[in-house]
Design a protein around this ligand. Sequence first.
Ligand SMILES: NC(=O)c1ccc[n+]([C@@H]2O[C@H](COP(=O)([O-])OP(=O)(O)OC[C@H]3O[C@@H](n4cnc5c(N)ncnc54)[C@H](O)[C@@H]3O)[C@@H](O)[C@H]2O)c1
Length: 255
Amino acid sequence: MTKKLENKVAIVTGGARGIGAASAKALAREGAHIVLVDILDCNQTKQEIQDLNPSSKVFIYNIDIKEREQVEKVVNETAEYLGRLDIVVNNAGTCSRFDLESMTDEMWFRDINTNLRGTFLFSQAAIYPHMKQQGSGKIINISSISGIMGGPISGKKGTESGRSGPAYAASKGGVIAMTKWIAKEVGELGINVNSIAPGPVETEITKGMNYKLDQAIQRIGTPEDIAEAVVYLASPGADYVTGEVLKVCGGAAIG
Ligand SMILES: NC(=O)c1ccc[n+]([C@@H]2O[C@H](COP(=O)([O-])OP(=O)(O)OC[C@H]3O[C@@H](n4cnc5c(N)ncnc54)[C@H](O)[C@@H]3O)[C@@H](O)[C@H]2O)c1
């Protein structure tokens, strides 16, 4: 069977674990070469990719996505060494669960700068100049249903309920708005920009949280559920899709 992403080059941020690791593996399964970006060690993901698809090249960058110079280095070296840049999955993220009353500036800036500014930095560096010169590219921004609904649970204090905090919701709402904004700018360059908004997914971010899962599909999501949506948006099958927010949430945010 032909692979959907044969010899495409993808950068996946937050690739050490969780949704990023699952997305990197799913893209490699479809034939892509992968650049893993994280502050954590990505060697386990690298090994799993190589077991899955030995012909997939895998590179690791241990950087902080909040740092412009480091982001530009990753993007420029990827384009130089691998000869192209087709896909960027802006997935790395942090989630503080403090409520409004107890949220500090430090927590505010951590979530906003990681989730929103990190996505901005990678999108800018990938599009200008690489994807623009290539005349093609797929940017996939992992947001959250928190960015649509203001946190999926009402009335409860963050740290007690697992409700994501106001900085997280604001950052993810910002990612969604920025996705639509950039999509309108770069459609004429042959570049698609979309977002995936997951509901609760079983990863380190949700560990120990007791979600009620009062939703149409009554189970918590898996990283693989999100990874398959990433493959779809990265694939030629989604060439006519841009500026969209694909909710992958088991129906937690229908409407
Ligand atoms: N798990 C969920 O329920 C859920 C729901 C909605 C959205 N999301 C989003 O999905 C994405 C992935 O989260 P996950 O659930 O896999 O959690 P995770 O904590 O397992 O993965 C996040 C990864 O991002 C990396 N990271 C964080 N800050 C970074 C930085 N400054 N520079 C480089 N890497 C950094 C972490 O080291 C980690 O490997 C996040 O953007 C998160 O907000 C998750």
